[in-house]
Write a protein that binds this ligand. Structure first.
Ligand SMILES: *[C@@H]1O[C@H](CO)[C@@H](O)[C@H](O)[C@H]1NC(C)=O
Ligand SMILES: *[C@@H]1O[C@H](CO)[C@@H](O)[C@H](O)[C@H]1NC(C)=O
Ligand SMILES: *[C@@H]1O[C@H](CO)[C@@H](O)[C@H](O)[C@H]1NC(C)=O
Ligand SMILES: *[C@@H]1O[C@H](CO)[C@@H](O)[C@H](O)[C@H]1NC(C)=O
Ligand SMILES: *[C@@H]1O[C@H](CO)[C@@H](O)[C@H](O)[C@H]1NC(C)=O
Ligand SMILES: *[C@@H]1O[C@H](CO)[C@@H](O)[C@H](O)[C@H]1NC(C)=O
Length: 413
């Protein structure tokens, strides 16, 4: 019966056609707070690689109902680490509302709460409708299993009624966080619940409700050298032109699988004038910290820079003499070259010790994705790229757009 309810609602949303939409606010903004927590004995590149592997396997396998339970059971045995760099937004759920701090994730699309069962558990309130369906999502850092509800969800100036939201029964790898705010493509929700059907995301419903004109999310991160600060902004329905310079370059989503399941694009990478990655597919992702490159491209970068792999942090490191000779890295997207200056290629020194490194060492933010190029998932432009360029994720136009910010060429690290 509850399954049918969900089906009816999603059908109603789907058949809405072109409603007359009154847009209340075309530029709904939400501050993003960043915190940094690397515990659990894994290095930063290991955490990012684990995420890359999960994203690839999630895109290439379909989860059936029986697999949900199996996956949850088998993951119990595997070691779980926390997500390293965490960007959270405050989201209210229920009537009366509970505020949850949720990770902003463009690489997944389910929104769920209650990871911290002790301090901020999922609460059934007057507006919570149990769909009767179990929900399960696996992340590089852990997993979540729970019950799918329809409930009132508010963030920024947006209030959504009967929004799908997961109430967590079990969440592993999320200490200090309440859950995930999944703003990736809706197709990623397929197979996460018993019915297997897609679950409309917060972005889908905001558009259906006429609160935003198009399914766009603008993401702005300012480089930070502190381990915790409010330094970003999410914009719904449009981009925030006060946060970038020049025009946005809209790059069509790639057709190459598995990157095509995500906000995937085609990109060419050059170190100085040496091409190290021919045009190939990968993703832009708020849930990854570093800039991951296919192993062959990473090896070429390592050789060209003369960097060595530091086993403690898992990052490449260079001497100050090598830093002086470091050339820019150029990422070509949609015919435009995006430069990462030598400073942009380094890890913030003030955070060296936070990742287990030596105070005055120079670590690089380019890491190995773990597979050679040609896999259809050859790079991830993570946070260290996103703090230099403004991005807009558009699931109506099927593009990711890029623009320079005041920090693109900043010497902040
Ligand atoms: C909802 O439930 C709470 C108790 O949790 C109650 O106090 C309140 O009056 C109810 N109604 C609304 C609209 O919040
Ligand atoms: C949510 O959906 C239920 C069931 O369809 C409906 O009764 C209720 O009025 C809806 N709530 C809101 C706030 O639209
Ligand atoms: C960091 O992670 C540990 C567990 O690994 C947790 O106990 C701690 O609360 C976390 N810190 C923050 C600030 O989230
Ligand atoms: C890129 O493609 C060209 C032409 O096929 C080839 O010669 C070159 O080696 C490739 N470069 C890399 C870095 O793969
Ligand atoms: C960094 O690289 C240099 C040599 O290139 C090496 O001597 C040093 O031990 C490395 N590690 C750190 C943490 O600086
Ligand atoms: C635009 O560029 C100028 C000069 O490079 C810089 O001062 C300014 O802060 C930038 N503005 C934004 C919003 O990026």
């Amino acid at each position: 019966m509850f399954t049918q309810l969900v089906a009816t609602i999603s059908l109603a949303l789907f058949c809405a056609g072109s409603p007359v939409v009154v847009v209340r606010d075309n530029n709904i903004k939400l501050p993003i707070s960043r915190s940094f927590n690397i515990t659990g004995g894994k290095t930063l590149p290991e955490i990012d690689r684990a995420r890359a592997q999960t994203l690839v396997s999630r895109a290439t396998t379909s989860t059936s109902k029986s697999k949900l339970a199996k996956a949850a059971a088998s993951s119990y045995g595997t070691s779980i680490t926390n997500i390293a760099t965490i960007y959270t937004v405050a989201v209210d759920v229920g009537t009366p509302p509970t505020t949850y701090n949720l990770i902003v994730d463009t690489g997944s699309s389910n929104t769920w709460v209650g990871a911290d069962k002790t301090n901020n558990p999922w609460k059934v309130t007057n507006s919570s409708i149990d769909t009767g369906e179990a929900v399960f999502v696996q992340y590089g850092s852990g997993l979540f299993i729970g019950e799918e509800y329809l409930d009132t969800v508010s963030f920024g100036d947006i209030t959504l009624y009967n929004q799908s939201v997961g109430g967590s029964d079990l969440a592993l790898g999320f200490s200090g966080i309440d859950g995930i705010f999944g703003i990736g493509p809706v197709d990623l929700t397929e197979g996460t619940t018993d019915s297997g059907d897609a679950v409309p995301t917060v972005i889908d419903n905001a558009k259906t409700a006429g609160l935003i004109q198009s399914k766009q999310v603008g993401v702005y991160f300012q480089p930070t050298t502190e381990d915790s600060s409010t330094n970003g902004e999410l914009t719904f329905g449009s981009s925030d032109s006060t946060k970038y310079n020049g025009t946005l370059n809209a790059v069509p989503l790639t057709t190459t699988s598995p990157a095509s399941r995500y906000f995937g694009v085609d990109q060419t990478v050059s170190y100085g004038d040496q091409k190290i990655l021919n045009s190939t597919a990968g993703i832009v992702d708020t849930g990854t910290t570093l800039l991951l490159l296919a192993s062959d491209a990473f090896d070429a970068y390592k050789a060209a820079t003369g960097a060595v792999l530091d086993t403690t942090t898992g990052l490449l490191n260079i001497t100050s003499t090598q830093y002086e000779k470091l050339e820019s890295l150029y990422l070509e997207l949609g015919g435009v070259s995006y430069e990462l200056t030598p400073n942009a290629q380094t890890w913030p020194r003030s955070l060296n010790t936070v990742i287990g490194g030596t105070e005055d060492a120079i670590y690089l933010i380019i890491a190995d994705i773990g597979t050679d190029s040609g896999s259809g998932f050859d790079f991830i432009n993570g946070y260290t790229f996103l703090e230099r360029y403004y991005t807009v994720y558009d699931s109506d136009a099927n593009t990711v757009s890029f623009a320079e910010t005041a920090y693109t060429f900043a010497t902040s690290n």
